[in-house]
Design a protein around this ligand. Structure first.
Ligand code: DCP
Ligand code: MG
Length: 430
């Protein structure tokens, strides 16, 4: 290409960019998601403190016997199990806003929460139901705004930039439309932040929770973002936050005031440079449409610590059930897995993982159980166990997986070299 042509191309690109509408990215997060889904079947609990956590118990089964002709909605509120009567070591997954006023919320132990709000109603988790509503609200969004990035069970990013109406009032009009459509078709509320990029949108969706909308423009950086704690930046975890505090930096504004070179000196090249960009509200990450899961896991914390030999039968049954659930997850989502792994936590809280990669992928419960069982044989089992988890990775979509399986028809073998994973706590993939 000749020089004038390149120049013309460049000018054209600049003109197009100048004429392009500004980037408007939304972050949508459902309000008290698991609890709100539960309130759909138990509307009589609206306005009451309700916490979700722990496995289904005898009390929950008994509850269903007191329903009248209105079904579950006919169970009187006074018949529900209360937090004060809970014994065990489960944790809260989420709580209604009425319960949060008492200081209870995600990740708090149920017994500890009982001391803060003994009168709260306790409901067991029902992942299948939450997954169903997760799929439903996302389907409603893509009907209206197809550029959606799935970020987990209850949150998504949406690119409003080129959606008709997506620029009106900075995105408020479209946000309202989506909020209303989700509410009308599911009965669930959500909160939405719309901003020039994902980083700010994620912070903004929290500003007016529940059922809120926040619109942030570049010019709002100093007034709306800089006063916030550094921890509000998605990516600054508790460790980095502690270090920042030790260096006298508490707010995003204080972070922005530091030289880029100074941040690099203290946090390394990549993190330091990223912190500098983030504090100035800059983030070019695109909204990525199809997000394929990397791995799927299921785990359970036992009601009491179990020993591999003395509680063999009980442990075996739990292990098999986990593998069956995982196989169900794979089949429902249309994946087969080549890597099967286990995760254990001992009674002294130390954790260990083992995994094994097979020659051909599977979604079969028995095959998963077999390989997971082999992994279990590779860990010390003298101590009692507190938690057991099974994870499948190296996922392929079922069609692709079946093809590679039929090309290489081999039995499940122990041939691949085992690897030891580090222990990672990741949000459960749905
Ligand atoms: N969750 C969980 N364990 C945690 C945090 C969350 O199991 N430690 C589950 C339960 C939540 C869901 O994930 O309902 C979504 O997490 P959020 O952080 O978005 O919390 P909520 O949607 O419950 O409340 P909010 O209104 O603050 O978004
Ligand atoms: Mg939420």
């Amino acid at each position: 290409m000749s020089n004038p042509e390149i120049l013309r191309g460049l000018v054209l690109a600049i003109l197009l960019r100048m004429n392009a509408p500004p980037r408007r990215i939304a972050h949508l997060d459902m309000d008290a998601f698991y609890a709100s889904v539960e309130l759909l079947r138990y509307p009589q609990l609206r306005g009451l403190p309700v916490v979700i956590g722990g496995a289904r118990r005898r009390e929950d089964e008994a509850l269903r016997l007191v329903q009248d002709e209105r079904g579950l909605a006919g169970i009187p509120a006074c018949a529900f199990p209360l937090l004060r009567d809970y014994t065990g070591r489960g944790v809260i997954t989420t709580a209604t806003y009425a319960a949060r006023q008492f200081g209870v919320g995600s990740a708090l132990g149920l017994m500890k929460a009982a001391r803060l709000c003994p009168q709260a109603i306790l409901l067991p988790v029902d992942f299948d139901e939450y997954r169903k509503y997760s799929r439903l609200f996302k389907a409603i969004i893509v009907e209206i705004a197809p550029q959606m990035e799935d970020r987990g069970v209850d949150e998504v990013y949406i690119d409003f930039t080129d959606v008709p109406g997506g620029q009106r009032e900075g995105g408020r009009v479209l946000a309202r439309l989506i909020q209303r459509a989700i509410f009308e078709r599911t009965g669930l509320t959500c909160s939405i932040g719309v901003a020039p990029n994902k980083l700010i949108a994620k912070m903004a969706s929290e500003f007016n929770k529940p059922n809120g909308i926040s619109i942030i423009h570049e010019a709002d950086l100093q007034t709306r973002i800089w006063p916030l704690a550094c921890r509000k930046i998605n990516g600054i975890g508790p460790k980095a936050d502690e270090k920042l505090a030790r260096l006298g930096i508490h707010t995003i504004g204080e972070l922005a005031a530091r030289e880029r070179a100074w941040l690099i000196e203290h946090f390394g090249k990549a993190t330091g440079a990223w912190m500098h960009e983030a504090a100035h509200g800059r983030d070019e990450r695109p909204v990525v449409l199809a997000s394929e899961p990397v791995s799927i896991s299921r785990e359970t914390t036992f009601e009491r610590d179990l020993h591999a030999v003395r509680d063999r039968a009980e442990l075996g049954a739990i292990f098999t059930a986990l593998c069956e659930k995982l196989a169900g997850d794979l089949q429902r989502k249309g994946y087969v897995a080549k890597t099967i792994g286990i995760k254990l936590r001992y009674d002294d809280f130390r954790g260990v993982t083992r995994d094994h990669t097979m020659d051909r992928p599977t979604d079969d419960a028995k095959a998963i159980r077999h390989i997971a069982g082999l992994c279990l044989k590779r860990v010390p089992l003298e101590r009692r166990l507190r938690l057991l988890g099974v994870r499948v990775g190296s996922l392929q979509s079922t069609a692709q997986g079946r093809e590679s399986a039929s090309n290489r028809p081999q039995a499940l073998t122990k041939s691949a070299s085992p690897t030891i994973d580090s222990i990672a706590t990741t949000k459960q993939l749905f």
